[in-house]
Design a protein around this ligand. Structure first.
Ligand SMILES: [Zn+2]
Length: 310
């Protein structure tokens, strides 16, 4: 029988670094790089100014990348020796800032997992790079922070199994491939079937949903997925990718999840992990609305749900 988690502190442990939004991208680039700063500003000024405890990650020691990436790929990225094709697939033009931002952000998810193990719950204002594979980056993902954080958590005594629960609208293909040979890390993905990436290597648990699915069917699937994953695998830590690109107005989503549906989803995941006394590390994942206010409000739902957790 699992020991109950300590009563949640009224302070919410959050991880953020200003460099997340400091990458300069061409005006035509589709990635909303300013969303991290907007979310930080929104949380600190509007949502809960007095209840957020901020942690800033150090840069990741690049040697730790070898836990789940090839040395050739990691070194090529770090020293600007990737091919043009590899850079296109990754989705960001190479720069020194991209390297610094990537190492800070991956480190941020590792720190969030550490804080979750210590305090029961922690949230990262970045992360969710689930398309990053062993030897290549893809779809705006350079290194797989989710698997790296899981690997790090597994080095703690008593942490024998980690669940990566991925609700970003896109399938976590990189996570699935990296976890295929790691029975201690369980990958579970609820995603839109007819969406990027076209090739979806199997996760431990996959729950594809069809284009156009709305709140009721979507929430039912999420509930089933998490219930099954917890029952089958009894994880000692859950890493939750709370991508909001499932929203009906997201440019890359193809689902019909409303604001209220999103609110209920975050509530469901947080409550279920809390009720099962499992530490929970959250990352914000994807979200691509061009309107910064709408996108910020969607990502903020996760933090609002965490603040109302009893
Ligand atoms: Zn996505």
């Amino acid at each position: 029988m699992r020991e109950p988690l300590p009563r949640l502190s009224p302070m919410l442990h959050c991880v953020y670094h200003p460099i997340y939004s400091q990458l300069v991208l061409p005006p035509s680039h589709g990635f909303p790089i300013t969303k991290y700063r907007h979310l930080y500003d929104h949380l600190t000024t509007t949502v809960a100014p007095g209840r957020l405890l901020w942690h800033r990650p150090d840069s990741l020691d690049p040697r730790r990348l070898s836990l789940c990436h090839s040395d050739d790929y990691a070194n090529a990225f770090l020293t600007n020796r990737l091919s043009d094709k590899a850079i296109r697939r990754m989705g960001f033009p190479w720069s020194e800032t991209l390297v610094a931002r990537t190492l800070a952000s991956v480190s941020g998810t590792c720190l969030t997992a550490e804080l979750a193990l210590e305090h029961g719950l922690a949230l990262h204002l970045s992360g969710g790079y689930h398309h990053a594979h062993f030897d290549f980056g893809s779809g705006y993902c350079v290194f797989n922070d989710l698997v790296l954080a899981a690997e790090q958590a597994l080095t703690h005594p008593g942490i024998d199994r980690v669940l990566i629960f991925d609700l970003d609208v896109h399938h976590g293909d990189g996570t699935a491939a990296l976890c295929a040979s790691r029975p201690e890390i369980i990958s579970c993905s609820v995603h839109c079937e007819s969406n990027f990436p076209s090739r979806k290597p199997p996760s431990d648990l996959d729950f594809p949903v069809e284009k156009g699915v709305g709140d009721s069917a979507y929430l039912q699937t999420v509930d089933q997925a998490l219930t099954l994953a917890l029952r089958l695998h009894s994880p000692d830590l859950v890493i939750f990718d709370a991508g909001v690109d499932v929203h009906k107005d997201d440019r890359l989503g193809h689902l019909q999840v409303s604001d209220e549906g999103l609110r209920q989803r975050e509530q469901l995941v947080l409550s279920k992990c809390r009720d099962s006394a499992i530490p929970l590390a959250c990352v914000i994942g994807g979200g691509y609305d061009r309107d910064p206010d709408s996108l910020t409000r969607r990502h903020a739902q996760l933090f609002r749900a965490a603040l109302t957790l009893g």
